[in-house]
Design a protein around this ligand. Structure first.
Ligand code: PRP
Ligand code: MN
Ligand code: MG
Length: 179
């Protein structure tokens, strides 16, 4: 185990089982529809690559990079598009793939932004949800796990850009934040 980890909240096996379950649901719901996954970089990169293998449909994938946290553990509240979509989404069924919904600011901004571009539908799939911290209402179609109000890392989630490569979801030791 990584030396900075205090405890593992969700194991690799639990994550993989949940991703499989979500993939099966999405496969059922989007039968006969034209599905475009939009991965929110960088956090959702591990989740989307696992999830897309579990969706048995002729889907497409694209990426957007959004940032609201920078190197802080608190959202700055200012959402910035660092990389925009390089395609039209008119008439498409867009499924936003995200690693975590915390305040909800990132996704409420992104959903509004995408809905303005004439898609057939825009829905959200997140592996983690931290409902205690929500400051804006959001309609989330697919959720993996609810997590408590603790700063979590791993499976794509970072602290100051590190720990994204951990295959599980974990809480860091306090000393990591203070040094
Ligand atoms: C994190 C996380 C979500 C967002 C959730 O991204 O990956 O995208 O914050 O927070 P919110 O619901 O309070 O908006 P971050 O801005 O850290 O960028 P990253 O994905 O590149 O790490
Ligand atoms: Mn993110
Ligand atoms: Mg981050």
């Amino acid at each position: 185990m990584n030396k900075d980890i205090k405890k593992i909240l969700i194991t690799e096996d639990e994550l993989q089982a949940k991703v499989k379950e979500l993939g099966a649901k999405i496969t059922e719901d989007y039968q006969g529809k034209d599905l475009l996954l939009v991965c929110v970089l960088k956090g959702a990169v591990l989740f989307v690559s696992d999830l897309m293998k579990r969706i048995d449909l002729p889907l497409e994938i694209n990426f957007m990079a959004i940032s609201s946290y920078g190197s802080n553990t608190q959202s700055s509240g200012v959402v910035r598009i660092l990389k925009d979509l390089n395609q039209s989404i008119e008439g498409r069924n867009v499924l936003i793939v995200e690693d975590i919904i915390d305040s909800g600011l990132t996704l409420s901004y992104l959903t509004e932004n995408l809905k303005a571009k004439g898609p057939e539908s825009v829905e959200i799939c997140t592996i983690l949800d931290k409902p205690d911290r929500r400051t804006t209402s959001l309609n989330i179609k697919y959720t993996g796990f609810q997590v408590p109000d603790e700063f979590v890392v791993g499976y794509g989630l970072d602290y100051a850009e590190k720990y994204r490569n951990l295959p599980y979801i974990a809480v860091l030791k306090e000393e990591v934040y203070t040094k």
